[in-house]
Design a protein around this ligand. Structure first.
Ligand SMILES: [Zn+2]
Length: 158
């Protein structure tokens, strides 16, 4: 993906996050981008604590596209995926993960909120224990603040 494509996909994921929030869910969003780096194949917002946006999207991907195709695809998400989501993306055989803001930025926003007891385990560490070379791009400082802005105030009112 070009830098411009990454920025566009992250902003789209952030729109999905805002939609999830409008539905009363946590403001996280993810999109699955085709091998051309441009086409959005599917998008998913957060559902609940065991159906995060990225894991749900990765399962949908594995159900709908062959693994060798997904290896050329990119999972683009507003915040660094947690261990569950990184693991699901790994098993779905999605070759690249792009995230806007890092997990530590999220922890700073959510603190010890009981609805989001953040797992402090960088996705690169999860992938490093696997047997596939998953490419990880993120954080992307140019748009990270936009992702963070979506969460500002949310966890305090929750
Ligand atoms: Zn997750």
């Amino acid at each position: 993906m070009t830098h411009e494509q990454i920025i566009r996909a992250l902003r789209r994921a952030n729109e999905v996050a805002r939609r999830a929030m409008a539905m009363g869910r946590h403001p996280f969003g993810a999109v699955l981008v085709a091998p051309d780096g441009e086409t959005v194949l599917a998008e998913q917002g957060n559902i609940d604590t065991v159906h995060h946006a990225e894991a749900t999207l990765a399962r949908h991907a594995a159900l709908n596209w062959p693994a060798d195709y997904l290896w050329q695809c990119t999972l683009v998400t507003t915040f660094e995926p947690c261990a569950m989501c990184a693991g699901t993306s790994y098993w779905a055989h999605i070759g690249r993960v792009v995230y806007g803001a890092e997990e530590s930025a999220l922890l700073a926003l959510t603190g010890d909120h009981p609805e989001n007891p953040t797992l402090s385990l960088p996705c690169r560490e999860v992938f490093a224990r696997g047997q596939k070379k998953i490419e990880v791009i993120g954080p992307v400082p140019e748009v990270a603040e936009e992702m963070i802005a979506t969460h500002r105030g949310f966890w305090q009112q929750r």
